[in-house]
Design a protein around this ligand. Structure first.
Ligand SMILES: Cc1cc2nc3c(=O)[nH]c(=O)nc-3n(C[C@H](O)[C@H](O)[C@H](O)COP(=O)(O)O)c2cc1C
Length: 410
């Protein structure tokens, strides 16, 4: 096992411990992390007190173990603590705490802190096989994974404390620590980078009540923005036409409903951006004339509405793009082919196009799911299999980070 110890140095790690027989193993994890220079703050559920003494963890870490949600701690401690952490580890994680987090139940300090955490949360389940394989527990685990904030390590298969054998054993402590190290690295993948992303379908108004638009929901752009924030980007600006979407935490939203607004915002922020992703579905056609009064049916309405081809904002950005900026375009087609995506890249100053087939409603526009091809300027293609958009967003960023690293090491 290759463990880069320096990645833990001076990092603030919350170590959450729940009521499982494996709770005693948390002492080893705490000791190892502390030994590598991390500041470990142990947090226990009240039920976990039946399995291990808080004094053990306080003594090893040198920090007071937090249990009581309402103890007069520093000001609103569950928020200030979780917001200051680099990573949050829950090891062991009970079926109970996993399920509570899946439903957003914050009934003790550990669960409340995990809900408010803005850093990645690594969960190491530990439970009897029958509990782990229970369909509701599986559903709750998947729910947390798909959120993008929660990562899982294990469980391992083997002899369980109850004498049975099967999956449910908490993963080996050293493997948990190794995974934690990977997450700390992931968390600084985009450190110092300014990210500019567009999302949603533009609405091109004909008159004050009518417009032409498309089915784009903005979910892909929002997922990309959230993933960029999780990976430590300096600033994430989301130029959004999806005005009904919830504003994600830690992301600057600039609402831009139509092409003109989107173009204005992009030109304003382009200069200071390191990576630009055009995930919005900008209308291909716009009305020739925009009326400032509602057209009446009786006034020969059809003769008054004419459309023209819209300007290509991606092309505009490609022309303005500097050498050290990374530009990503998106292509969604019903007669989709990778060859057509490759053609779109040819001779254009675009680094990558994310292509997807929108001939079915189960992926792409409007759906929570996507399945994409990442086509690069050199013609290489990486396929990302169907998954929740947040997980697809992670795959897209993985590829970009890899490309940026390769350029840096040239
Ligand atoms: C001896 C014993 C061992 C237990 N081990 C586990 C376990 O490994 N995993 C688990 O999910 N629950 C286990 N439980 C059940 C939990 O302790 C119980 O669900 C508890 O409410 C969880 O509390 P918490 O999630 O707030 O820590 C165990 C219970 C007992 C009595």
């Amino acid at each position: 096992m290759s463990l880069n110890k320096s990645v833990f140095s001076k990092k603030k790690i919350i170590l959450g411990i729940t009521a499982s027989i494996a709770a005693y193993k948390a002492a080893y994890i705490c000791s190892k992390l502390t030994g590598m220079g991390a500041g470990v703050i142990p947090v226990m559920t009240p039920n976990a007190l039946n399995f291990i003494a808080p004094l053990t963890l306080s003594s090893i870490s040198g920090n007071k173990t937090v249990v009581d949600q309402f103890e007069n701690q520093k000001k609103i401690y569950h928020i200030s603590l979780s917001h200051s952490a680099d990573v949050f580890l829950i090891a062991p994680a009970s079926a109970d705490v996993i399920s509570k987090l899946s439903y957003g139940v914050g009934d003790n300090f550990l669960t409340t802190s995990a809900i408010s955490a803005t850093c990645p949360v690594l969960v190491a389940p530990a439970m009897n096989e029958s509990m782990y394989l229970d369909p509701v527990i599986q559903q709750n685990i998947n729910h947390l994974k798909e959120s993008g904030k929660y990562f899982f390590v294990g469980p391992a298969s083997g002899k369980l404390a109850c004498g049975e054998e099967g999956p449910g054993r908490m993963e080996d402590e050293d493997i948990i620590i190794e995974r934690l190290g990977e997450l700390l690295k992931y968390k600084s993948d985009l450190k110092g980078k300014n990210i500019l992303i567009t999302a949603g379908g533009t609405k091109e108004f004909i008159d004050p009540v009518r417009f032409i638009s498309n089915r784009s929901s903005g979910k892909m752009g929002y997922a990309l923005a959230e993933e960029a924030r999780s990976r430590g980007a300096k600033e994430v600006i989301l130029v959004s036409a999806a005005e009904k979407s919830l504003k994600p935490y830690g992301i600057k939203i600039v609402y831009a409903g139509d092409t003109a607004g989107m173009k204005r915002a992009l030109l304003e922020y382009l200069k200071d951006s390191d990576i630009v992703m055009m995930a919005a579905a900008v209308s291909d056609i716009v009305p020739v004339k925009k009326y400032n009064f509602k057209l009446k049916k009786k006034d020969d309405i059809l003769s008054k509405i004419k459309f023209k081809e819209n300007e290509n904002i991606l092309e505009l950005l490609a022309e303005k793009k500097k050498k050290d900026q990374y530009l990503v375009g998106f292509a969604a087609e019903t007669d989709y082919s990778i060859e057509a995506v490759k053609d779109k890249l040819k001779g254009r100053n675009i680094d990558m196009i994310v292509g997807n087939d929108i001939s079915t409603k189960s992926i792409g526009m409007g759906s929570d799911y996507n399945e994409v091809d990442l086509v690069r300027q050199d013609g290489s293609v990486k396929k990302l299999a169907r998954d929740k958009k947040r997980i697809i967003a992670r795959g897209i960023w993985d590829e970009i980070v890899k490309n940026l690293d390769a350029v840096k090491n040239q």
